[in-house]
Design a protein around this ligand. Structure first.
Ligand SMILES: Cc1cc2nc3c(=O)[nH]c(=O)nc-3n(C[C@H](O)[C@H](O)[C@H](O)COP(=O)(O)O)c2cc1C
Length: 390
């Protein structure tokens, strides 16, 4: 009789072995409309699927009989050492996934020794994250038509000691996440079926909605019209406030208001990477927003090699979109990325078990990356080269 694989432990936090297991636990713990918000991509979700396919298509060619003892994951990042070549990506509405929200993510990142990026659409005040979590903090910026919002965020983040500003450039025209929309009768009004499903998740309902109230876009609340600050009503109104006229020329405006490191998140071509260098940026994030924006978009991993060849020694290259395994991270580092941003993988951890779950996710990725290093015959992330890939 063939041996049957049963992932019985995959539902239990204690037995989660990988990010896919954490995802399954998260899926059960939060109502369907929340999981859909976390998980979904734009339109046909071709970009979303392709991010995984492009990473999976790369295969390793290891070297053997190399001394790999004393391996280290440490990686330089903006003149300091990070415990691993990882950064937690900016994601809005984290307070919907678990009551610990941004604080849980930021504390896990700080404890692990990597930066946490707080979203403009976060549900926790940036000052509270700095006070309650500490660690290396980056601030993500969505520029809205009212530029005073961005200027306020930059001044407050600088005063609170944030290390870097991440200007997101790929969402000025907002993506259409159709499966997300299907959970609402109209913007801000969940369908009866979504409400019923929420009642079937009493633990989430009590810990998130009853005890803490509907999460709010706390960092920009003062600038929003009535009703737009709530996560339920605002998530459709806010994207309409985004500034579509922003261009590379606006980097000079940002520089006047932002004294720290500056990265542009949304670069996918060597030409744009060179523009980022010319504009004086310290880094770029190669991303397609985890498949949530432009559908039928290239995967960042596909364009990484040519971008690294063009600008790799002139600024810091960060990459995200689809990273779920240590092997994915090793592939990006081999192709010239300096560090990898983790989006959904740590959100699954948050939804599954708050700060502890995020830490679990980071530990899983680090252990896997360390194992891949050893199996490739490398002692450090700096040893990774494109010659390890086919
Ligand atoms: C639920 C969710 C919310 C997000 N919110 C933001 C955001 O507010 N600002 C931003 O720049 N990117 C946002 N992103 C994109 C992430 O920063 C990142 O680019 C993406 O998640 C990477 O892909 P991955 O989830 O496959 O790792 C969001 C992504 C998700 C999944």
């Amino acid at each position: 009789m063939p041996w049957k694989r049963r992932a019985s432990g995959a539902r239990d936090r204690a037995y989660a072995l990988n990010i896919a297991d954490l995802r399954e636990i998260a899926r059960r713990r939060v109502p369907g409309f929340v999981f859909e918000y976390l998980e979904g991509g734009a339109e046909d979700e071709a970009t979303l699927r392709h991010n995984r396919e492009a990473l999976a298509a790369l295969r390793f060619v290891p070297q053997t009989l190399v001394d790999t003892h004393g391996r280290s994951l440490e990686a330089p990042l903006f003149g300091r050492t990070a415990a691993a070549p990882l950064v937690i990506a900016p994601t809005g509405l984290n307070g919907m996934l678990h009551q610990e929200g941004d604080i849980g993510l930021a504390r896990a990142a700080a404890g692990f020794g990597i930066p946490y990026t707080l979203s403009t659409l976060s549900t926790t005040l940036l000052e509270d994250v700095a006070a309650q979590a500490g660690g290396r903090l980056w601030m993500q910026l969505y520029v809205m038509k009212n530029r005073a919002i961005a200027e306020d965020l930059m001044a407050r983040a600088a005063a609170a000691g944030y290390e870097a500003l991440v200007l997101t450039s790929d969402a000025n025209v907002f993506g259409s996440r159709e499966w997300d929309k299907r959970n609402y009768v109209r913007p801000g009004k969940p369908r009866a079926s979504a409400v019923l499903d929420t009642l079937r998740h009493p633990r989430w309902l009590t810990s998130v909605l009853v005890r803490k109230g509907v999460p709010r876009f706390r960092n920009i609340e003062a600038f929003l019209p009535p009703g737009a600050a709530s996560a339920v009503g605002g998530s459709t109104i806010i994207p309409q406030m985004f500034e579509p006229t922003i261009t590379w020329a606006d980097i000079a405006w940002i520089r006047r208001h932002w004294p720290g490191k500056l990265l542009v998140k949304g670069v996918l071509s060597a030409a744009d990477a060179r523009r980022a260098v010319d504009a004086g940026c310290d880094g770029i994030v190669l991303t397609n927003h985890g498949g949530r924006q432009l559908d039928y978009c290239v995967a960042p991993i596909e364009v990484l090699g040519e971008i690294a060849a063009a600008v790799g020694n002139r600024l810091t290259i960060v990459i995200d979109s689809g990273f779920r395994r240590g092997s994915d991270i090793a592939k990006a580092l081999a192709l010239g990325a300096h560090t990898v941003m983790i989006g959904r993988a740590t959100l699954y951890g948050l939804a599954a078990d708050g700060e502890r779950g995020v830490r679990r996710a980071l530990d899983m990725l680090a252990v896997e990356l360390d194992r891949v290093l050893g199996q490739l015959g490398c002692c450090s992330v700096a040893d990774l080269r494109a010659s390890f890939l086919r």
